[in-house]
Design a protein around this ligand. Structure first.
Ligand code: PEP
Length: 253
């Protein structure tokens, strides 16, 4: 029995349509209904336009929904941005912040990710804060320095109470969407390091923070990853788009 309740979160990225989502959501609802117990929290992070669809489909189920990003601003003249209050209007419980695709394709800096984290917490939602090194950084022996820099920017703006409410996701960039997974031991090493960093702020809060692994997690590698003491769940990209795969990971948790 894990100290922290596992969390399996799907990140649909920029995939889907009203019709395709309905098939996926129905498959997920049917699948969880067939499980004797759902021993983890289950979340799907959908594109903004489909939040209403997710809310309508999932509101009476154990599956929660969230967004893949959010604005660091509260309201106003920020064309194209989506405020956390808007996510709340659609019943979101979660928002991913600092995904590596936002960091690399949209030049999101550590300080911006920290501000987004704060906005999400202030609105009463749970931020899923992503950190992770590139292959180049890993090869240069900079894995810990990279994730520490990314994490510390966020920790710098949080108080202890807020710290206990975040979810952290370790996503080695070289494992995202590549089919290459970090071995359970490699992932555990970084997760343990991240927890030590959190402990530097507050040991008790650090013990409460779920640290998810993300990067080509699939039904056939999930159990070994999730068996590691500091791996408290998964952030799932590709495998979240097929109900059977996603449910296979939920079952492993
Ligand atoms: C992700 O993008 O968060 C992710 C983990 O993707 P994948 O599972 O496809 O590697």
């Amino acid at each position: 029995m894990k100290q922290r309740r596992p969390l399996i979160a799907g990140n649909w990225k920029m995939n889907g349509s009203l019709a395709a989502n309905q098939v996926l959501l129905t498959g997920l609802l049917d699948g969880v209904a067939q499980l004797a117990t759902v021993a983890c929290d289950v979340v799907v992070c959908v594109p903004f336009p489909y939040l209403a669809q997710a809310q309508a489909s999932l509101q009476d189920s154990v599956i929660k929904w969230g967004a893949q990003d959010v604005s660091a601003q509260e309201v106003g003249a920020y064309t194209g941005e989506v405020a956390v209050s808007m996510l709340r209007d659609f019943g979101c419980g979660y928002a991913i912040v600092g995904h590596s695709e936002r960091r690399s394709y949209h030049a999101e800096a550590d300080a911006l990710v920290a501000q987004k984290t704060l906005r999400v917490l202030e609105a009463g939602l749970t931020p899923i804060v992503c950190v992770g090194e590139t292959l180049q950084e890993r090869k240069a022996g900079l894995t810990e320095a990279t994730v520490a820099r990314q994490l510390n920017a966020v920790l710098a703006v949080l108080n202890t109470e807020q710290l206990a409410k975040i979810v952290l996701a370790y996503e080695p960039v070289w494992a995202i969407g590549t089919g290459i997974t970090a071995t359970p031991e490699m992932a555990q090493q970084v997760h343990a390091f991240l927890r030590t960093q959190l402990s530097g702020l507050n040991a008790q809060a650090a013990g409460q923070v779920a640290i998810l692994y993300g990067g080509s997690m699939k039904p056939d590698n999930a159990a070994a990853l999730l068996a590691m003491p500091d791996i408290d769940g998964g952030l799932i990209g590709g495998a979240a788009l097929k109900a059977a795969d996603f449910l296979g990971i939920v079952a492993a948790a």
